[in-house]
Design a protein around this ligand. Structure first.
Ligand code: ADP
Length: 296
């Protein structure tokens, strides 16, 4: 049985240096996760407890999982990568047990960062089996685990992620649970520039005009940029096989690839705009609003 749960443990070699941009988020994470893990006594002296949760939201492919992995590595913590959809089970009680076992595993392997993707699937329509009580029990189980009712959570940090924050159960956002809700936007111009640089570093490249690449990829997610680079690389490899000559990747190769990859964040931004307009009473989505009002 233990074997099953262990599969959520991933080794991470990514550091903050591999993560382009996201400077504000890195600062938040340092303050809320890395420093408390590294200096627990200092935080205790000031009456603060380590552990807790941060909820990351935004369009897919913009680095939520990536920064969570880097975080675990930066603080020498075990990284557990869990998707709520993976633990959902038709049979009452099984999902709750899987969730509990995962938290127990994290406690045994602490310090640990548990990354929980698709946190919106907790308690929402996707898991209803015609019986709402069933959905609530898993939410309650999760809240118990987060609250650490019967266990010590001080060396466990939970990073939740969702593309649809408007579906996340409000109970999860109460103090002591996901204390912070942070928007992870598509990378801005400077960040795109950096993501291209990071991805292409060490590869055979000619003089690359990174500013030009960043300029032509407004609203592209980091994953879209990776797709662009891979497309250009595949073309180069194909050509090298045909000609027997290895040519470096050029700016034009990448510009050609950009034309073939569509930015995947547009649909998300469109949907978000509606939610921000009509359900931002508490200012929860101010960061999205600021982003939408900014020119890139
Ligand atoms: P999300 O969890 O938001 O859907 P991911 O974290 O899985 O997105 O990001 C997809 C991929 O994009 C990552 O595997 C990584 O290769 C790349 N990536 C994302 N953010 C960054 C970043 N800030 N710097 C460099 N590469 C990134």
């Amino acid at each position: 049985m233990e074997q099953d749960y262990e599969s959520v443990i991933e080794t991470s070699t990514i550091t903050f240096n591999d993560v382009g941009g996201m400077e504000d988020l890195k600062e938040e994470i340092k303050l809320n996760i890395i420093y408390p893990f590294k200096n627990p006594e200092l935080f205790i002296q000031y009456g603060k407890k380590a552990g807790g949760g941060i909820l990351l939201y935004g369009p897919p492919g913009c680095g939520k999982t990536y920064i969570a992995k880097a975080t675990a590595n930066e603080c020498g913590a075990t990284f557990l990568n869990l998707s709520i959809v993976d633990i959902l089970d038709m049979h009452v009680g099984i999902s709750e047990r899987k969730l509990h076992e995962t938290f127990e595993l994290a406690r045994r392997k602490s310090p640990a960062v548990i990354f929980i993707d698709e946190i919106d699937a907790l308690g929402n329509d996707r898991m209803r089996t015609g019986d709402n009580v069933y959905a609530r029990t898993l939410v309650n189980q999760f809240l118990n685990e987060l609250d650490g009712l019967s266990s010590d959570n001080s060396s466990i940090m939970v990073l939740g992620a969702t593309n649809v924050p408007w579906y996340v159960d409000t109970a999860l956002r109460r103090p002591g649970r996901f204390d912070k809700t942070i928007f992870v936007p598509p990378p801005d111009n400077a960040e795109r520039n950096q993501i291209f640089k990071i991805f292409l570093s060490g590869k055979p490249i000619a003089n690359i005009d990174y500013n030009k690449l960043a300029y032509h990829t407004a609203k592209y997610s980091a994953a879209d940029i990776v797709a662009v680079c891979n497309l250009a690389i595949d073309k180069k490899i194909k050509e090298a096989i045909q000609s027997g000559k290895k040519e470096p990747i050029t700016t034009n190769d990448l510009i050609d690839a950009i034309k073939q990859v569509y930015p995947t964040t547009l649909e998300w931004l469109q949907t978000a705009e509606n939610y921000v307009k009509y359900s931002n009473q508490s200012g929860l989505y101010d960061a999205v609003l600021n982003y939408l009002n900014k020119r890139d």
